[in-house]
Design a protein around this ligand. Structure first.
Ligand code: ADP
Length: 306
């Protein structure tokens, strides 16, 4: 194989109760990337459309991950990368993760698939370290595995794929203010009361069970977060109103996507998800903040060749 074009999906990390432990991939929102082998033995990035990102390979997560993998595998070729960003970095939808894990997937294909999904996740985590300073697994695992994932443990890394109900959709509101992942983490509490910890792990159990049994109402009850959301929502304009209106419009649950500013809502069925997206628009119209909304089924496949 001389070249490969891929789709790397956007991801919603945390999923409220699953802070730092869960994520899911979107089906129809994500970046396109083209990887072409070259004989220079080096990695280069010749084109980035849709976002203003560095092309130096040590600063761009896609270049960084590709370079590490080619060296790790003693590849006898280099790679040129073209990136088409379909949504903005810093949205809380795993933009850097789509590029990191997209590169890991594509390089593995060009090499003839020597690496497992777990190894690809570990390579992608090096890209996350370039983007935000720590090797976070949730978004990149969502891209690599697709569907819902649980990071059960970091050392050793243990990633569990959770089944996704067929009719589960997500609506996303991206208020176009930029929040860095680092900022979103800096404001978090270092310690929490036991009672809050209990509510969180009870909800994670409920969410996992609801996903396994396609119990949409249970999913709705379990996607709650009494620890992180109360702190982070202050950084997201009109969060409470958005959430109230989306629930009134029929959403199963509403929360912050990753470290924000995007807000996600889960719904049963596409029509329902579309009316929740309408409620997002109605709430944000006339608020003097530019915004984008998306509606997608949960993406079972994750990163893929196109
Ligand atoms: P998101 O909220 O979308 O997950 P992050 O805050 O995790 O975004 O990552 C965005 C940061 O990663 C930005 O500072 C951006 O400059 C950097 N970055 C480096 N390479 C890429 C890339 N190929 N795609 C997206 N972001 C990248």
């Amino acid at each position: 194989m001389e070249k490969i074009k891929i789709f790397a999906p956007a991801t919603v990390a945390n999923v409220s109760c699953g802070f730092d432990a869960m994520a899911f991939a979107l089906e129809n929102l994500g970046d396109e990337m083209l990887f072409t082998k070259n004989t220079s033995g080096k990695v280069s990035i010749s084109k980035i459309k849709g976002a203003n990102l560095p092309t130096e390979i040590e600063k761009n997560v896609a270049g960084f991950v590709a370079d590490v993998m080619l060296k790790d595998s003693n590849a006898d070729f280099g790679v040129n990368i073209e990136i088409k960003k379909k949504y903005k970095p810093g949205s809380g939808l795993g933009s850097s993760a789509a590029s990191s894990a997209g590169a890991a997937y594509a390089i593995n294909e060009l090499l003839g698939r020597p690496y497992t999904k777990l190894q690809l996740t570990k390579f992608s985590m090096l890209g996350e370290e370039v983007a935000c300073g720590s090797q976070i697994a949730d978004n990149v695992a969502g891209v690599i595995y697709g569907g819902f994932v649980l990071i059960r443990n970091y050392d050793p890394l243990d990633i569990i794929s959770i089944p996704t109900p067929d009719d589960l959709y997500v609506s996303v509101l991206h208020p176009q203010i930029e929040l860095r992942t680092e900022e979103g983490r800096a404001i978090l509490p270092k310690e929490i009361p036991l009672s809050l910890a209990v509510s969180q792990w009870s909800n994670v159990g409920g969410l996992i069970s609801g996903l396994h049994t396609s119990d949409y109402q249970l999913i709705g009850r379990a996607v709650e977060d009494h620890i992180i959301e109360p702190v982070r929502k202050k950084m997201i304009p009109h969060f409470d109103t958005v959430k109230k209106n989306a629930l009134a419009a029929g959403a199963l649950a509403v929360g912050i996507s990753g470290s924000g500013p995007s807000i996600f809502a889960l719904s049963k069925g596409e029509l329902q998800a579309r009316s929740v997206a309408e409620s997002f628009k109605n709430t944000y119209n006339n608020k003097e903040i530019n915004y984008t909304t998306y509606v997608s089924r949960i993406g079972i496949t994750g990163v893929r060749k196109i």
